[in-house]
Ligand binder design. Structure first.
Ligand code: 13P
Length: 263
């Protein structure tokens, strides 16, 4: 199966810097048929980058969107407005949930809005350090999934990606901790079981699940080799071209060796 490597630039780079950085990525990121590479710049950079990137090499994603298609919503950007500029939209990123207090209802509406507009939602879920130490992982990520996917149709689930990002593993969190591969494997099992419960066994098996949190080119092999993981959502290291390119290369090698095994 194809791997996904998604770079989340967060609130970094102005339009000019974004364009220069994409020119650098164009020279460093390998184009691989078995890896879908997506970069998520700030909204303001989407339009110029949509004219600059080579779509065979990478696609564009937005970091968020509003859930109404248009109207009197000052300062917001809708999924309708993103059509033609982005192919993917991150929804429910932990920084949206925890810094901007986005709730499950809003996140659910956003997932629907993204699908309604023909784009791919990347539903981000993950527990905080406290929720983990309280033994609530299964409950928290189960609830985030049920709520986020509640109004998704059985015919739409194939278009959704899930990104598991434990908040405590994100490089900019208070004291980031690198998760053990078995922590991720356990979370992926919960995610696939929940999706299977909601949408059937095939959906649980087929849905793409990405890992995010302090991924770099040195640990990418470990994390991308976790059973059931189909890619990575990369923050800090997506702004360093050789790191990001290295992660794409590793993803391609792993996709190839999995395909060889299946033959
Ligand atoms: P880091 O890769 O910097 O830990 O960020 C992860 C993340 O939040 C990506 O969305």
């Amino acid at each position: 199966m194809k791997k996904f490597i998604i770079g989340n630039w967060k609130m970094h780079l102005n339009v000019h810097e974004a364009s220069l950085f994409v020119a650098k990525l164009a020279q460093t990121v390998p184009t691989k048929r078995n890896v879908e590479v997506v970069i998520c710049p700030s909204f303001i950079a989407l339009q110029p980058l949509s004219l600059q990137i080579n779509y065979r090499q990478m696609k564009l994603g937005a970091q968020d969107c509003y859930w109404r298609d248009s109207g009197a919503f000052t300062g917001e950007i809708s999924a309708t407005q993103l059509r033609g500029l982005a192919q993917y939209v991150l929804v429910g990123h932990s920084e949206r949930r925890h810094v901007f207090d986005e709730d499950d209802r809003e996140i659910r509406f956003k997932v629907q809005a993204v699908l309604r507009n023909g784009l791919v939602p990347v539903l981000c879920i993950g527990e905080t350090a406290t929720e983990r130490s309280d033994g609530d992982v299964e409950h928290i990520i189960g609830d985030q999934l049920v709520s986020g996917l509640l109004n998704v149709g059985a015919d739409q689930i194939d278009e959704v990606l899930i990104a598991y990002e434990p908040v405590w593993a994100i490089s900019t969190s208070d004291k980031p901790i690198l998760p053990e591969p078995q922590d991720i494997e356990a979370a992926v099992k919960i995610i696939r079981a929940q999706v299977a419960h909601m949408f059937g066994r095939e959906a649980g098996k087929n849905i793409a699940v990405l890992y995010g949190g302090s991924v770099d080119k040195d640990n990418a092999r470990t994390y991308l080799s976790v059973d059931g993981i189909d890619g990575a959502l990369v923050g800090g290291k997506s702004l360093i071209a050789p790191e990001f390119a290295g992660i794409v290369e590793i993803a391609s090698e792993i996709a190839k060796s999995e395909a060889d095994k299946d033959e």
